[in-house]
Design a protein around this ligand. Structure first.
Ligand SMILES: Nc1ncnc2c1ncn2[C@@H]1O[C@H](COP(=O)(O)OP(=O)(O)OP(=O)(O)O)[C@@H](O)[C@H]1O
Ligand SMILES: [Mg+2]
Length: 266
């Protein structure tokens, strides 16, 4: 049965989507037989856009699933190789408003995705869910169905506060909503060797230690390589040509992947 992993951090632009797409790229590159589904939960549709598929390219999507107008197999499309996508359509932007009205009729609002994924979970080794920078009830659906959460952390000022906050919110989901969600780990993203970043990385490690959460030793360094790959090649950088000799920074993802496998996270 597929392991479901949500990537969440309620801060915009920290690299969540880039992290999901590059990690999926690294897994697929390492083992072409792994069957992976990527679920896009963000109306921006940046998962598809990272592969040159703009919002509007797909007829059906997650929004149809939540509204009950399509079943899950009608909302899944091939992305590349053994990797599929459950995208969003332009209607995703109106989903919360529509559901606010519909919600009166739904008895289990946090289980909509859980119920649907049950039909297809066996078809995949991994299911990754990319989330918007909020922790709304749609993300609550992701947490409900997930085996664990990966939290990207950018070591900028206020970043540690954000990390502590998301850990608290996850505690709330666990205690008040009986959503048993495990934090699989925190990953440093867009990290530079500069002093502020080193300081914030070590503050984050301390916060994780206190909360008994794993922070991976490997981190992803800051480089234009990621935006360049999407911009010029319509691909996550981990799926582009990698220059081993010149220490391509994208190798970070493969080092992280090895650590995740070694730690039993993947
Ligand atoms: N390691 C990195 N170094 C430098 N830039 C990066 C890195 N990872 C991602 N980026 C870039 O940072 C920008 C924001 O990344 P991304 O869209 O993944 O963030 P996000 O958290 O998903 O944003 P949102 O909250 O809007 O969904 C993108 O242009 C992306 O290419
Ligand atoms: Mg995003």
């Amino acid at each position: 049965m597929g392991k479901v992993i949500t990537v969440a951090m309620h801060k915009g632009g920290v690299g969540k989507t880039s992290f999901v797409t590059n990690l999926v790229g690294a897994i697929a590159r390492k083992d072409k037989n792994k069957r992976i589904l990527v679920i896009d939960m963000d109306a921006q549709g940046n998962v598809g856009r990272s592969f040159g598929k703009p919002v509007g390219k797909y007829e059906n999507g997650l929004d149809d699933l939540f509204l009950g107008t399509k079943n899950i197999s009608e909302c899944i499309y091939k992305l590349f190789g053994n990797v599929d996508i459950l995208p969003v359509t332009p209607e995703m932007a109106f989903l919360e408003l529509k559901l606010f009205v519909e919600m009166q009729k739904t008895k289990r609002p946090l289980s909509i995705l859980d119920d649907e994924l049950g039909y297809i979970k066996d078809d995949y080794d991994y299911i990754f869910i990319d989330t918007p920078p909020t922790l709304n009830f749609i993300v609550g659906n992701a947490l409900k169905v997930s085996d664990g959460v990966l939290i990207p952390f950018e070591p900028e000022p206020f970043g540690v506060d954000g990390l502590v906050r998301i850990i608290k919110v996850l505690d709330y989901y666990r205690k008040e909503l009986s959503i048993d969600v495990e934090v699989l780990g925190v990953v440093g993203l867009r990290v530079t060797p500069y002093k502020t970043h080193s300081k914030n990385m070590s503050l984050a490690r301390k916060a994780c230690e206190k909360a008994k959460i794993k922070m991976f030793d490997s981190a992803i360094s800051r480089t234009v390589r990621y935006s360049d790959a999407v911009d010029k090649q319509n691909l996550p950088a981990t799926l582009t040509k990698i220059n081993q000799k010149q220490k391509d920074p994208v190798i970070d993802y493969f080092v992280l992947l090895d650590e995740m496998i070694k730690e039993g996270v993947l």
